[in-house]
Design a protein around this ligand. Structure first.
Ligand code: LIP
Length: 285
């Protein structure tokens, strides 16, 4: 029995070392992408176009995406990449057997293009269908949010934790809105209900940073529907910082909640049921 325990212990130590190496690699490429992003805004000429007529993408997004993808393919040639700009559709992440990287080279692209500093590089590493490493880096504030599964959450190496507010009337709640504005009524109803029950709302323009700000206690809660690359890394960081991460609509049985991109709700344990009830009241529940 002792031998089995030693083998298990060795396996755990090896996996921990491997995750630590992956996190250190991820931090390095997030910093490299951040440098590219800042240089494009400060020195190069920023050019932009609109995907599907409404979604802004700049040459900085594409340059940072290429840098990140090339670095991953060089370091981990057998791994797969889901990236907003170069490979958004590689099928159902939870059915893939290989390790997967989920990348948003610039989350908060509209902010970036308008000279705002609320933008971040978001990179998640998924191993055996589990988001195991999450890194969200804001190069304009030099803030590196990181987490490993079961390893805690950190901002620039300092441990972070969600705010402990339990009174919804004192809570600051963030949200966001899709580029495509055809179905605004339900969103307006939710904003009205949240404003009626909470202290205030923030619309900061980067989901990854909204979720990390919940993790570090700058926001008390967040809700929005997104794409997986917007939240995959930040959701792990929030979980490791003690947040409750769920959805205010039912998650389809066949979908792993780690990758379900509709109606996310992220807050602390005390506020979760209260905020869920407010969002449901906007649906007429
Ligand atoms: C953005 C999100 C934001 C959301 C925007 C957009 P992008 O991601 O971070 O929260 O409200 O509609 O999806 O497009 O800047 O990577």
């Amino acid at each position: 029995m002792r031998q089995r325990t030693d083998i298990t212990q060795q396996a755990v130590e090896s996996m921990t070392r491997e995750l630590q190496e992956i996190q250190e690699f991820t931090i390095r490429i997030a910093q490299g992408a951040g440098k590219i992003i800042c240089e494009h805004r400060e020195e190069a000429e920023l050019t932009s176009e609109f995907k599907r007529g409404t979604e802004l993408v700049t040459n900085a997004d594409l340059a940072a995406d290429k840098y990140i993808s090339d670095a991953i393919q060089q370091q981990y040639p057998g791994h797969l990449i889901v990236s907003e700009e170069s490979s958004p559709d590689i099928g159902n992440i939870q059915k893939l057997k290989q390790p997967v990287w989920i990348v948003d080279p610039i989350d908060g692209t509209v902010n970036f293009a308008h000279g705002h500093n609320q933008s971040a590089v978001s990179i998640a590493f998924v191993n055996q269908h589990q988001v195991s490493v999450g890194v969200v880096f804001n190069p304009f504030t030099d803030e590196m949010f990181t987490a490993q599964k079961d390893g805690g959450a950190f901002l620039n190496g300092e441990a972070i934790q969600v705010a402990q507010e339990s009174n919804l009337r004192r809570a600051i709640i963030a949200t966001g809105f899709p580029y495509e504005k055809s179905n605004m009524e339900p969103m307006i109803r939710r904003v009205r209900e949240v404003l009626n029950h909470c202290a205030d709302i923030r619309r900061l323009g980067s989901a990854a940073l909204d979720i990390c700000w919940v993790a570090v206690g700058r926001l008390d809660g967040y809700y929005e529907s997104l794409s997986v690359w917007d939240f995959a890394a930040a959701r792990l960081i929030a979980l490791e910082a003690g947040a409750k991460c769920g959805n205010f609509s039912e998650v389809p049985e066949e979908i792993d909640p780690q990758f379900y991109d509709q109606d996310l709700l992220i807050t602390n344990e005390a506020l979760y049921p209260q905020l869920l009830a407010v969002l449901h009241s906007a649906e007429g529940h």
